[in-house]
Design a protein around this ligand. Structure first.
Ligand SMILES: Nc1ncnc2c1ncn2[C@@H]1O[C@H](COP(=O)(O)OP(=O)(O)OP(=O)(O)O)[C@@H](O)[C@H]1O
Length: 303
């Protein structure tokens, strides 16, 4: 499939400091891709390069086949973005704000405006002045605004900042609809792993201007990654000694906890059977994304 967004060894120097040190990645249609990293990791700087707010020092960014370096105008037409807080005319209605914005593009019809307003759930309040809107409503208006020109790529920098759990869920549902139903590609940034896990299909972990790992949220949750198993057995008391003697085996309540790679599990089960222990269930414990993430970043010198 043709990528909607491609970063090819992108670098950014500001003064003498190399802030982005060669980032490469691709985002596919229908995918929510996340940038995860602590403050200062380089998320905003990378996003600002993608949307053309700052120049690219080296490498290139391709949006739907258009180079941001060489064909900036075409590349930008394919992007809808909320990078800084969207600015609105507070004394105008939401609708008039959208109409105003639509003038910057060609061919945005009244119907299109109504369609995006309905999509973000603002139909009832779209004719009220923006100054009466809550933060969540402004966020929705911002989203409506960047969908007006039917972008192939939607970019949201820290979209959940300041939102309550219901607002966060709303954003997540919108992103799902846009990607899975309309085939749009979405790039979101956040410093919260839990949000990445909820919103994204894949995410890149950024640290000190580099990608240290790209993870698929689905993969990290499969049983294949399990290295801890809980065994429900018949008579725990009879194997107490064996549990104490054996490395990687412990008790968790009445369950036997086995912390070993999957390929060693059959041998453990054989030993138990030979000791005449009844095994009722084997429960794989997938490592949570959080655990995998902490392992990864610790290996890289801490998050
Ligand atoms: N104009 C600039 N001049 C000098 N340094 C800059 C400039 N812009 C960004 N930086 C530095 O680049 C690094 C990356 O900043 P960036 O804002 O991209 O991080 P971030 O991951 O988006 O973090 P945050 O969530 O805080 O925005 C930081 O160390 C920052 O101090």
């Amino acid at each position: 499939m043709k990528s909607v967004l491609e970063l090819k060894n992108v670098k950014k120097k500001i003064g003498r400091k190399e802030i982005i040190k060669g980032i490469s990645l691709d985002v596919q249609p229908g995918e929510v891709f996340g940038f995860l990293g602590p403050n200062g990791a380089g998320k905003t700087t990378t996003i600002r390069m993608i949307v053309g707010l700052i120049g690219i020092t080296d490498g290139d960014i391709i949006v739907d086949g258009n180079s941001v370096r060489n064909n900036h105008g075409e590349a930008l037409k394919k992007i809808g973005a909320i990078v800084e807080n969207p600015e609105f005319y507070k004394f105008m209605s939401g609708y008039d704000n959208l109409k105003q914005y639509a003038r910057m593009y060609q061919g945005i019809t009244k119907e299109k405006i109504e369609e995006v307003v309905e999509f973000v759930g603002l139909t009832k309040s779209i004719h009220q002045k923006v100054k009466t809107y809550s933060l969540g409503m402004r966020q929705r208006l911002g989203l409506a605004q960047c969908l007006l020109h039917d972008p192939k790529l939607l970019i949201l920098d820290e979209p959940t900042n300041g939102l309550d759990p219901a607002g966060i869920r709303e954003i997540r549902d919108h992103l799902k609809k846009l990607t899975k139903e309309k085939g749009m590609a979405v790039l979101v940034s956040s410093h919260l792993l839990s949000e990445m896990e909820m919103m994204c299909d894949r995410f890149a972990i950024l640290q000190h201007g580099e990608i240290i790992e790209v993870q698929s949220v689905h993969e990290t949750q499969t049983e294949e990654n399990a290295s801890t198993y809980l065994l429900e057995v018949g008579n725990v008391a009879s194997i107490q000694n064996w549990i104490e003697r054996t490395e990687g085996i412990s008790l968790e309540g009445k369950l036997v906890k086995v912390e070993k790679p999957k390929q060693e599990l059959p041998d453990i089960i054989k030993v138990l059977v030979e000791m005449d222990v009844d095994i009722y269930t084997v429960i794989p414990q997938s490592k949570t994304l959080e655990e995998r993430f902490l392992e990864k970043t610790a290996a890289q010198g801490g998050y």
